[in-house]
Write a protein that binds this ligand. Structure first.
Ligand SMILES: *Cc1c(COP(=O)(O)O)cnc(C)c1O
Length: 239
């Protein structure tokens, strides 16, 4: 095992143990939570090493980097998650490799993804990104639709050819009423998810929790945690 592989294995073991403990504390089955490793800024060699260590779910937040890594690892059985803010003009590229887009937050993006997916004969899973700190009718600073806009957007995804409504996603707000309160934020996401599943029962993915707050997310019912730093190390520079 290379030094880097051993390092990633040790980090993965630590994260795995955190997820297992959080599941146990919440009375949840470990199998209810999927670990997605966010490989942004790290080389494709790391994606390969992670795959060798059993990771199947990878995430990226920029199309160019994601497209390149997905292409260079096309021989591996990976599921790609797109988790970054997405311009409509990148929809055509993203539908080529992404199995799930976690950052669907406006109608124009739904239309662009639907057209692109249909043209490629693909079906892409979409999560509505919720900005818990956004005012009614606005977008969050880091993307996301305000809570009162979730239902209409979800209905649009569910009705769009080439798309599948998979669930909801959030990033714990750094400002506003939820700042420093990830558990309350994730509880709110869970409520939004429950309400959504009354009309869309199959939309069961709840994507929440990063390196710093995965325990709170698992406690609040997250089905997918998105972990970068705790597996790969601190990223050089702010992304
Ligand atoms: C980078 C990123 C993550 C991972 O964050 P870490 O703090 O490095 O674990 C999760 N979700 C999104 C949307 C990201 O951009």
């Amino acid at each position: 095992m290379s030094g880097r592989s051993a390092e990633l294995a040790a980090n993965l073991a630590r994260v795995e143990s955190r997820i297992a403990s959080a599941c146990a504390a919440a009375g949840r089955d470990r199998a209810e939570v999927t670990l997605i490793v966010v490989t942004k800024t790290y080389p494709v060699d790391d994606v390969r090493l992670l795959a060798g260590l059993g990771v199947r779910d990878m995430a990226e937040n920029r199309d160019q980097e994601a497209a390149r890594k997905a292409e260079q690892t096309a021989d591996l059985p990976l599921t790609w998650h797109f988790v970054g803010q997405l311009q409509t003009n990148k929809a055509r590229s993203v539908v080529r490799y992404a199995d799930h887009v976690h950052s669907v937050d406006r109608l124009r993006l739904v239309t662009a993804l639907s057209n692109a997916a249909t043209d490629r004969g693909r079906r892409v899973g979409c999560l509505v990104q919720v900005a818990l700190d956004a005012e009614s009718g606005t977008q969050g600073e880091r993307g996301g639709v305000a809570p009162d806009g979730v239902q209409a957007l979800a209905d649009a995804v569910a009705a769009a050819p080439g798309l599948r409504l998979d669930g909801v996603m959030t990033v714990a707000p750094l400002a506003g009423a939820y700042a420093g309160q990830p558990r309350a934020a994730f509880d709110r996401l869970r409520e939004i998810s429950s309400r959504l599943r009354e009309s869309h029962p199959a939309a069961s993915m709840v994507s929440a929790g990063m390196s710093q707050d995965l325990e709170e997310a698992v406690a609040a019912g997250a089905t997918h945690v998105r972990i970068g730093t705790a597996v790969l190390g601190v990223r050089p520079g702010l992304r």
